[in-house]
Unconditional design. Sequence first.
Length: 367
Amino acid sequence: MTDTAPTAPELLALRHQIDALDRDLLALLNRRASLAQAVGEIKKKEGSVVFRPEREAQVIDGLKQVNAGPLRSESVAPIWREIMSACRSLETPTRVAYMGPAGTFSEEAALGYFGASIVRMPCANADEVFHVTTSGAADFGVVPVENSNEGVVTRSLDLFLTTPLFIIGETSLMVRQNLLRSIDSLEGLEAVCAHPQALAQCHGWLSNHLPHVERRPVSSNAEGARLASTNPALAGIASERAASEYGLHVVGRAIQDDPHNRTRFAVLTHPDRHPRPGRSGHDCTSLVVSVVNRPGAMHDMLVPLKRHGVSMTRFESRPARSGQWEYYFYIDLQGHPEDPPVGTALAELRTVCDFFKVLGTYPLDTH
Ligand SMILES: O=C(O)C(=O)C[C@]1(C(=O)O)C=C[C@@H](O)C=C1
């Protein structure tokens, strides 16, 4: 097929209509942006915060409900997340810390959640994300908490125990790993450099396709991509975004063993700088609790949830490192403490726990 500029008159007429509509859309978006600026002025006078995740979730849910198509409902959320990101940035800059460098899945999660109109603050590791968000250098932090293949991200969960930060939102990403190299071939490849979790996620593919190539663990997949960009004998494993970031070829696409591999991220902020999100109608409450090691303790912990009909969507345990076979339990509940059954169940649960901390209440992922 030859690639000539299309000239069919019907096509040109349709494009003409698209151009006109785009101009109307731009004018409407600018009117929306002016309204957001006016909201921003009121917030400044009141001393209230700009980012309202429950409001953004309601805007997106409302539009999905009235969407008449042909735009797919899944397309509505990313479009409006970007529109609100751009409007928000006119009210105030949003500084977001995440595990960098550029091109990591954490960066993708941060951009997916807040939209592209943010100030990016890549950090070396989860500890640094917690640190800069606690100090106020960043307004929000984004950390991975769970991978559908590899399980919980233990360092993040451990940091939740002692941090003053709380969870204001969650987002999850389909993790597609790719083999990246500076030359477009597998010939002469000596080592694959990637984060140990990515090497584990691609174990089957690497064993089948590159059984004799060294697997070299490095601090992040982006670091592996950076190394690959400086040495043609090396390859990295990372996202397609990392490939364009580091000018690499994708020599193996979607090489993770599980095609449904997802990672969940928590979005954190400081209670002195942000109120806890109000009820959006589709909320999740995350907590961490522990009970002393005695017969029936676990059962007692679950009774309040059953009594008040509160659904538990996640239950993880982590050793308390007391040497006593004691554990912390990370629990996600459906609902908001302002929903009466949830509030009552939480109050009762608190009385049977030795340690009880609400990590956050936030709108469910709108992706
Ligand atoms: O409604 C507000 O509070 C706004 O500031 C406007 C807006 C939006 O663009 O719709 C922007 C930022 C907030 O996070 C929520 C919504």
